[in-house]
Design a protein around this ligand. Structure first.
Ligand code: FMN
Length: 210
């Protein structure tokens, strides 16, 4: 286990998760760039979303929208808009998720936050900048939950922002108010990562206690 990068913390005494789960979610999980042929079932996609949606979002707004790209035809259309270095791995991944945020996420507040919909929905309706910022921020938070949910389902992920969002929106979001912000390859990795993990920032560099 690549425990050195985690600063030799005594996780056994500090964490509620067992060491197998901690390794699968954080310590051993690596970003994948090459894939085995193993298919991902619709039931697994359902399980990934069922976990993702439980993570907290502001106003319980849940702005994340996901387009699953399984077919070869949809994949070709997506890869057109990926940076060159991201094309091959996106073409070969068993599943690809295009993550977008809804710019109209507030319209579901009567369902997602009925106790404050009367007050907050008109405010967000009138303030496009505020609801777009909140939608983008919270969908990015949900992307983090998605990555951990996929790892919990035993998959590796390859998140990418190296693509043309306007092109992906024209291709997949033209009939909606969704805005693409991340593409995530999913699958079982072809083998171990071909490079060492890059350094992570130490506690003292990245945090301050006041
Ligand atoms: C939001 C986000 C965007 C990324 N975009 C790309 C990308 O466009 N192309 C790519 O090859 N890797 C991309 N990566 C992968 C990162 O470089 C990789 O996850 C990071 O170096 C950690 O690698 P590790 O999980 O193996 O430690 C992205 C990762 C994240 C989270």
């Amino acid at each position: 286990m690549s425990i050195d990068i985690a600063n030799e913390i005594d996780f056994d005494s500090q964490l509620a998760l067992n060491s197998e789960a901690t390794a699968a979610l954080f310590l051993d999980a690596r970003t994948a760039n090459a894939w085995s042929d193993e298919e991902i079932t619709d039931e697994t996609l359902q399980a990934i979303y069922a976990l993702t949606k439980m993570g907290p979002t502001a106003f319980n707004g849940q702005p994340l929208r996901i387009t699953w790209i399984r077919s070869a035809e949809a994949r070709e259309r997506l890869v057109e808009h990926m940076m060159d270095g991201n094309k091959a791995k996106t073409l070969t991944a068993p599943m690809v998720a295009v993550l977008s945020f809804s710019t109209e996420w507030h319209s579901l507040m009567p369902t997602t936050a009925p106790h404050m919909a009367d007050m907050m929905m008109p405010m967000f309706e009138a303030n496009i900048e505020s609801r777009t910022t909140s939608g983008s921020n919270n969908a990015h938070v949900q992307a983090g939950y998605f990555i951990l949910a996929a790892r919990a389902a035993g998959l590796a992920v390859g998140p990418m922002t190296g693509f043309n969002p306007a092109g992906v929106d024209a291709e997949f979001n033209a009939d909606s108010s969704h805005s693409a912000f991340m593409v995530i390859n999913l699958g079982k990795p072809a083998g171990p990562s071909t490079h060492d993990r890059l350094p992570r920032l130490d506690f003292d560099l990245a945090t301050v206690t006041l």
